[in-house]
Design a protein around this ligand. Structure first.
Ligand code: KDG
Length: 341
């Protein structure tokens, strides 16, 4: 009788094991928390959903990626410090608030650095981006991919910005980053550093006059409710870093690490696509919502870019002159190969 029970139990166990793909059997059951400062309807949500679906499919639903939105786990810098402490797995964060951890990241904050998304993708996904990823590992952060925050534009409640002098006296919120502070002070603004999570209320209470962000962020953060003017300046391009805690990363199996690398790239492609389609849609939505939208004329955009050049000179030392020089060389090479941009 005992033998029969044993045979039945063994048969059942083999049957169960066969039900889970062999590949999935090598994965532990785990939940990976990833946080961000924007709302879930921002294109970062599309990236996280694509990454989560990819990870679930490749691990038989054993690896679950759970998103936390609106700064629920803290702002960009706070969440990044939690990764370095090993108390949180992932964050999708702008590079700008992290320059205190890695000054070289400041190169991405230089005003008018990239001319278009194609340049940004080529730099970030190429040798330059890989070098920055290696530098991040040295401060306890595994950068799995560059996603897109995007080209930044100015909103405010006082006036349309038609030339750099129009920033004179406008209390502009900027990210907690010296290069952004300098860029807006250099144009006469009263620049105020502030975490993203505080911006809407500060605009609503008129503690500040304006802020600057990509169109999808302006729209999904409902800034049209507290801002009158939207001026298309494209004065900077901010990448998102998709960071994993190195302390926690080193505890993952090679198979788990491979799934996350592959799925974060799938998420990148979905997020960039959604961001670029979303920017066009957001502009129309913001116009319909009543914002007064203006684009800088080409001559005034050139004047603003030339006026901002002094910021490059003041921050090259802090960023690393080798980093700034290398970026310049890479961009010159790209532009020579694609004269049309
Ligand atoms: O978590 C990312 C957001 O906080 C992002 O919107 C940061 O662009 C940003 C800003 O202006 O703080």
């Amino acid at each position: 009788m005992k033998l029969k029970s044993w045979l039945l139990a063994a048969t059942a166990a083999i049957g169960l094991a066969a039900a889970v793909p062999v590949a999935a059997q090598q994965f532990e059951s785990r939940t990976i928390r990833v946080s961000n400062g924007v709302n879930e309807d921002h294109p970062v949500g599309a990236g996280v959903r694509a990454m989560a679906q990819c990870a679930a499919q490749r691990t038989g639903n054993r690896m679950r990626v759970q998103g936390f939105w609106g700064g629920a786990l803290g702002g960009d810098l706070q969440a990044t410090q939690a990764l370095r402490a090993g108390t949180q797995e992932m964050v999708v964060t702008s590079s700008s608030p992290l320059v205190g951890i890695l000054p070289a990241l400041g190169v991405f904050d230089l005003p008018f650095l990239f001319a278009n998304e194609a340049e940004a993708d080529a730099i970030l996904d190429g040798e330059f981006g890989r070098d920055m990823t290696q530098r991040l590992e040295g401060v306890g952060l595994v950068n799995l991919a560059y996603w897109e925050n995007g080209f930044r534009n100015a909103t405010n409640s006082r006036r349309a910005i038609t030339k750099w002098e129009d920033f004179q006296g406008v209390r502009m919120r900027v990210m907690q980053n010296n290069i952004f502070l300098d860029t807006f002070r250099n144009m006469g603004s009263n620049a105020i550093p502030m975490a993203f999570g505080e911006v809407f209320t500060a605009l609503e209470t008129r503690a500040i006059d304006g802020q600057e962000n990509p169109l999808v962020t302006i729209e999904t953060s409902r800034m049209n409710e507290v801002q009158r003017y939207l001026s298309i300046t494209r004065h900077a391009y901010t990448p998102f870093l998709v960071l994993y805690s190195k302390t926690l990363w080193d505890r993952l199996s090679p198979a788990e690490q491979e799934v996350l690398r592959t799925c974060t790239i799938e998420g990148r492609d979905a997020q960039r696509r959604a961001n670029r389609e979303g920017n066009d849609r957001s502009l129309q939505t913001l116009r319909r919502a009543g914002m007064q939208v203006n684009e800088l004329s080409a001559p005034e955009a050139t004047r603003m870019r030339e006026h901002a050049r002094t910021v490059w000179d003041r921050h090259a030392e802090q960023i690393g002159r080798d980093v700034v020089a290398r970026m310049g060389t890479e961009l010159d090479r790209l532009r020579a190969a694609r004269p049309g941009g």
